[in-house]
Design a protein around this ligand. Structure first.
Ligand code: PEP
Ligand code: MG
Length: 325
């Protein structure tokens, strides 16, 4: 079985009726490049940039970040790399960052909120990504966005950073695509508005499930409520996919949910073609995709979405899992 999975690396991720999917990797460290490529990743769907920040004693400066991003882009030469800006707070701290104590860290000062309040840090990161963008196919993605005002503010800041680089004669890619993560119910509800401001969406199900279900993603006590197959979650994903598809913009999925084989079938059937996975899950999900037709996946998704409860969806998917083998 292991050998079968190893054999997957060079095969295309294509359904039995000929639809091609993009399977990319979620990465954090430079050492992940090798692992991702060995597992057949067609680039990076989510580069969690907080990892290089975590592994240090102080905030890396522009030049230090530039070196790291450049290495990542060169490591995936010929493939797209989707760089997500700093996503600290919640469960991810930085030893040298004086972080306020909060009652509800996941609902508190985290992620893009920190970046917009600490623009010194944000601008350094944006400048470093822009400087590195000439060394590969970089795109830039923003986590935990809740509305259009944040996107407009982000774009204004990017414009200023670009101007600064231009004035200093530092080259950067003019074509870098900008996307947002859909992780908040607020973003789901306003997806039809947000889509006009960005080039793509990436659905972060880890947080989207937590915020939709009001169930901490790390608390085993409420694991029962943290359910990727709850109708509220599935309908949220469907809505986001439909909005992006109608505008002919890419929508990918980068949460852990995509690594669950039957969830991958569902997501495929809902219209997702881009998956970003932890590297070891890539061959597993590729195998699933190569065994199913898009037509079947669509039927499975349509039926699952017609069911009323999480329990009935789970029972249905169990039957389908055994049928698909
Ligand atoms: C997510 O929330 O689904 C996600 C991919 O981001 P992270 O796990 O880094 O919060
Ligand atoms: Mg997240």
């Amino acid at each position: 079985r292991q050998r079968e999975l190893e054999g997957m690396r060079d095969l295309p991720a294509i359904t039995t009726d000929g639809c091609r999917m993009n399977l990319r990797a979620n990465i954090g460290l430079l050492s992940d490049i090798k692992v991702a490529l060995a597992n057949g990743a067609a680039g990076v769907g989510l580069y969690r940039t907080e990892f290089p920040y975590m592994a240090r004693k102080s905030f890396p400066n522009r030049g230090e970040q530039f070196e790291i991003y450049k290495k990542i882009l060169e490591g995936f030469s010929g493939f797209p790399v989707n760089i997500r800006t700093l996503d600290i707070g919640g469960d991810k701290g930085l030893p040298y960052f004086d972080y306020p104590k909060e009652d509800n860290p996941f609902m508190g000062w985290r992620s893009i909120r920190v970046s917009l309040d600490r623009q010194d840090i944000f601008r350094d990161q944006l400048a470093a990504v822009l400087m590195a963008s000439v060394h590969g196919q970089a795109s830039l993605m923003f986590p935990m966005v809740s509305g259009i005002d944040e996107i407009r503010q982000i774009k204004e800041i990017i414009g200023e950073v670009c101007l600064e680089l231009h004035r200093a004669g530092i080259p950067y890619s003019q074509e870098m695509q900008l996307g947002i993560m859909i992780e908040l119910p607020a973003a789901v509800q306003t997806a039809h508005i947000l889509i006009h401001e960005v080039d793509y969406f990436s659905i972060g199900t880890n947080d989207l499930i937590q915020y939709t279900m009001a169930a901490d993603r790390n608390n085993p006590k409420v694991k029962r409520y943290y359910d990727p197959f709850h109708p509220a979650v599935l309908h949220a994903i469907k809505r986001v996919v439909d909005v992006a598809t109608a505008e002919e913009k890419p929508v990918s999925i980068c949460g852990e949910m995509a690594s669950i084989p039957i969830a991958a079938v569902l997501l495929l059937g809902m219209g997702i073609t881009d998956f970003s996975l932890s590297a070891p899950a890539i061959p597993v999900i590729k195998q699933v995709i190569r065994k199913v037709s898009l037509e079947t996946a669509r039927e499975v998704a349509a039926h699952a979405l017609s069911l009323e409860s999480a329990s009935s969806i789970h029972s249905y998917l169990e039957i389908i899992t055994s049928e698909l083998g």
